[in-house]
Design a protein around this ligand. Structure first.
Ligand SMILES: [Zn+2]
Length: 302
């Protein structure tokens, strides 16, 4: 069944500091995992993280990349989602995971994380300062973990609902912008926030995954004055290029590259995100090495 195009849509509650956005990822999700065989729990977690990355980047209104990355020493090694917003507001997402051993379908990432670290990185492509924050892994769901982070680190009241059924992912976020000095409006704003959060919390996974944004907002916030903005298209896109792979290979050093060539005849690199295969033969590898102007003698690795 072909659904409508994937979108992210912002909305505001008129004359209040409460705003939100909704994201729907069906094609994006399916394209992202077309070439990746993942345990069901990791697939669901990546779906939720993809939805979260789009919701959070939309609240930041920045052009550039937002990366959500969980690293751990348990069976789960790495979950990474990158969400890039271009100048026209189009959103591109890619995601991948690394793990070891057998993972059963009903295991969630919280069963698989040991000594976990959750990082959020903002990399504005317009020359602004990059930012990296550590998200405390407290909570029993990705949305709870991110809500805690937003309230504690960013001091912005935020509620997030995320879901993924293994075929598509979706999310809803609402936020209350920092208060004004006026005490009367402060009380009204708090009242609006409490009412709207309560209404939003009635959302079901089924509604989030299957209802068009407008229908969902009407159903949830029937009595509220909601203004919906134009939707931003959202799609899977992998930014890997032969050049970025070349740069990564150069970092391995001449010695390592020479030994791979001697051993295997050529160097093959598969992009984890999109499964594109980049092959470098002996001549290509020599070119990679030629561009090194500084020779650093590194200690033996093997
Ligand atoms: Zn790629």
């Amino acid at each position: 069944m072909k659904k409508h195009q994937d979108t992210l849509q912002r909305f505001v509650f008129e004359n209040t500091p409460v705003r939100g956005n909704i994201v729907n990822l069906t094609q994006t999700f399916q394209q992202a995992f077309k070439h990746q065989e993942l345990p069901a729990g990791l697939r669901r977690a990546l779906g939720e993280l993809m939805a979260a990355s789009a919701l959070l980047s939309a609240t930041l209104k920045m052009n550039g990349a937002l990366v959500l990355q969980i690293q751990s020493k348990g069976l789960l090694k790495l979950l990474v989602v990158e969400c890039t917003t271009d100048l026209n507001g189009a959103i591109k997402i890619r995601a991948t995971a690394k793990w070891s051993g057998e993972i059963s379908d009903d295991q969630t990432i919280f069963d698989l994380i040991d000594h976990g670290q959750f990082m959020i990185t903002l990399d504005p492509k317009d020359g602004g300062q990059a930012y990296q924050g550590i998200v405390s892994l407290e909570g029993d769901s990705i949305s709870a973990v991110l809500e805690n982070y937003m309230v504690r680190s960013e001091q912005i009241d935020t509620r997030i609902w995320l879901c993924c059924d293994g075929e598509s992912a979706a999310g809803l976020l609402i936020q209350k912008l920092p208060e004004t000095m006026n005490q009367v409006t402060q009380a009204q704003d708090l009242d609006t926030w409490n009412r709207v959060s309560h209404l939003a919390s009635t959302v079901t996974n089924n509604e989030l995954l299957h209802l068009p944004t407008e229908t969902l907002l009407t159903r949830l916030f029937n009595e509220e004055d909601v203004r919906l903005f134009e939707a931003s298209p959202t799609a899977f896109f992998c930014s890997c290029t032969r050049e970025s792979v070349s740069n990564m290979l150069r970092m391995l050093g001449d010695e390592e590259l020479t030994s791979i060539i001697e051993e295997r005849g050529n160097i093959e690199v598969n992009c984890d995100f999109c499964n594109t295969l980049y092959t470098f033969d002996k001549v290509d590898a020599a070119q990679l090495m030629v561009t090194d102007t500084v020779i650093i003698t590194s200690p033996e690795i093997h």
